[in-house]
Structures are given as C-alpha cells and as structure tokens.
Design a protein around this ligand. Structure first.
Ligand SMILES: Cc1ncc(COP(=O)(O)O)c(C=O)c1O
Length: 363
C-alpha cells in the first residue's frame, strides 16, 4: 500500500481512514449487488437506503427539527451563493443583509446583487479579514429577507462561535468548512449549506438544510434545478444524485455517530486539536504570526505567516520531510494554513505541533 501522510489541505481534505477502508473494501462489488458504488444507479434500492441513512444521520447529528428539508445537491457551495438569493430574495422587494468576514462571504455578494438589494452589514476587508464583527457593529436592515454569513472563513481562518444578528431575519449560513464540527441550534437557521469536501466527504455533493416555510415562499417558475422545492419533492433524486459522494457522506456521518459519539464529542476533540497549535503561535509570536484576532480564531483552519518567504519555504520543506502535507496558505493570504477538520487525527496535530516547536528552536 502507498504511504499515507497527514493531509492538512483545506479541501478536498482528509477523510476518516475507517471510511476509506470501507469504501475500498466495497469498491469492486457491493455486498448483495455485485456492482461498484461507482457504477450503481441512483434509483437502486441500495442507494435509496444510503441516501436515507445519510439524511437521517444529518438530522440526528444536528438535531434538525420537523419542518426542515435535508437535501444533497450538486454545484458546490458556490451554486448556493446563487440559489439562496434566487429562492429567498428574488421578487421579495426586501433587502438581504450580508456579513462579509472573508473571501468566501465576499464572493457570495455579487451573486445576491443579481437578485435584489444587498446591504453589507459588516465588511472585514479594510482589516484584511482578521476579525469578526463585535457587539453592536452590525448594520442590520429591518425586515430583511435574510442575514447571510459564513460560519468559518476557510481562507482567513476566522470562525463564529455563535450565530450573529438579532434573530429577526432568517439566517442563511455557509458552513462549508465547519459543518458537523460542533452542535448547532438549527431552529435559528433558514438555510444552512455546506459542500462536502472539507468535513463530510469528497467533492461532488452539497448539503442543504432549509426551513420548509421559507422554501415554499420562493417565487414560482424558477428553473427546476435551481428550485429547492423540486429537490425536496424528489428527495434529492430530481436529477442524477452524486452517488459515490453521498455514499461517503453517509459513511462519514455514521462514523460521527458511532465512533465519535456525536457532535459534542467532536467539538471537544476539535477544540483540543486547535488549542495545541494556537498555544505554539502564542508561545512564539515573533516566528508564527497569526492571521486571525485571538477571539475569532477558527478551530478548523489555523492561519499564520512566518517572518519572510525564505523561512516559509524552509518551514514547508521541513514539514514535507515529516509527512505533513497541504500546509501552504491560500494564494490570496500566503503563509501557512493548517486545516484540521474532523477527520484529522490528534496524532497529525501532535506531529505538526512538535515540528513547529522544533522549527522554533533552530539556530
Ligand atoms: C466557506 C466556503 N464557501 C464556499 C466554498 C466554495 O465551495 P465549492 O468549491 O464547493 O463551490 C468554499 C471552498 O471551496 C469554502 O471554504
């Protein structure tokens, strides 16, 4: 078998080894069917069971109440930048409030502007997206169609620890890079969506959890594939569902329930892992220059710079020698980004922490 490294990539990202082993075992022929999960029909009984289990697992993990639909769609999170305003803003005559805390929430704004009026309730750009809005800083519209935010900004490494806003407008949340990393109070959300390829599975599936009441108030005559109702009515089978991606999402959510023991446990593990790396940043602030303000730090993407390019290259080379991969920061921010999603084992974070401490001691 080829050697596995610790993969700190931001996405597609590390998956639980147990899940990969199970998929490997069944890759050539699923028990009882004789065909591969890469070959099987989305209309098969096998896949119907997989899809229903994935949906049931998500409902259980996030305690999704009645009156919400759980969908597996395609088009990635970026299609949701458009689908949310097409369904919730178009023709409403209302304004949508957007909290812009990093590259991803910023990219959602122009798509919403195509559908109606957008108010930027907070803009973190002048401070290079290093922090989240403080208390009283949001400029909210009364009677807004919704309040949009990204719970975790994957590139800058800032993460909300609670929901923003005053609760008056439905929340639309891009949770692509921290979905299923901790419990949430789903009642607060109008739409919560996440592409699979960071914390839930491979690229190709996007989870959307939507409050039915909002979904049913969308304008009529939308393009079918852009209409949440069509997908809800077809139980995510309105077109060919990404079978393999949903299969892996099912195995990952099963792992979260059975092996991790739910999202409280997952949260505890994630906090512990993140603290290990932030402690090193705090102990060596002259070498590891953290991007996010302390109180806004992400538990999923730890972002920092080293003093210059040469040191950064030395750091990346040393990391690679120790089988620590995917640490180069996003091209727009530079430096280092360690993505430590749910499936990154504690040993991987320990190995990175130990390397960082060793690197800090070099002459
Ligand atoms: C927070 C966030 N939103 C949106 C996206 C875009 O997702 P996709 O490439 O699936 O459209 C990403 C990452 O790629 C992300 O991290």
């Amino acid at each position: 078998m080829n050697k596995r490294v610790f993969n700190f990539s931001a996405g597609p990202a590390v998956l639980p080894v147990k899940v990969l082993e199970e998929a490997q075992r069944d890759l050539l022929a699923l028990p009882g069917t004789g065909v591969s999960p890469l070959e099987i029909s989305h209309r098969s009984k096998w896949f119907g069971d997989v899809l229903n289990e994935a949906i049931a697992n998500v409902r259980k993990l996030l305690n999704v109440p009645e009156g919400y639909s759980v969908l597996f769609l395609q088009g990635g999170s970026r299609l949701q930048f458009s689908m949310a305003p097409i369904n919730l803003l178009r023709g409403s005559g209302k304004t949508a409030d957007y909290i812009v805390t990093g590259s991803w929430s910023q990219k959602a704004v122009p798509e919403a502007k195509r559908e109606g009026t957008v108010n930027i309730a907070f803009d973190g750009k002048p401070e290079n997206y290093c922090r989240l809005p403080g208390e009283g800083e949001l400029q909210l519209t009364s009677n807004a169609a919704y309040l949009y935010y990204a719970s975790n900004e994957t590139i800058q490494g800032v993460q909300f620890q609670g929901e923003p806003g005053d609760g008056s407008a439905p929340l639309v949340c891009d949770a692509s890079s921290d979905i299923l990393s901790r419990p949430l109070d789903m009642q607060k959300y109008g739409i919560l969506y996440a592409c699979a390829q960071k914390n839930m599975g491979p690229a190709g599936a996007t989870l959307v959890i939507i409050r039915d009441e909002l979904m049913n108030a969308a304008p009529e005559n939308l393009h079918a594939m852009l209409d949440y109702r069509v997908h809800a009515k077809g139980n995510s089978l309105a077109n060919t569902t990404p079978v393999f991606a949903v299969y892996i999402c099912m195995l990952v959510t099963r792992w979260l329930l059975d092996d991790v023991g739910g999202l409280e446990n997952m949260r505890a593990r994630n906090e512990e892992k993140a603290a290990m790396l932030y402690d090193v940043l705090d102990a060596h602030p002259e070498l590891y220059i953290g991007h996010a303000a302390k109180e806004c730090r992400s538990r999923m993407n730890v972002t920092f710079r080293l003093p210059d390019d040469e040191t950064t290259q030395q750091f990346l080379a040393g990391a690679a020698e120790r089988d620590l991969s995917g640490l180069k920061g996003h091209r727009s921010v530079g430096g280092i980004r360690a993505s430590i999603y749910n499936a990154m084992p504690t040993e991987g974070v320990v190995a990175l922490r130990d390397f960082m401490l060793e690197f800090a001691k070099r002459g």
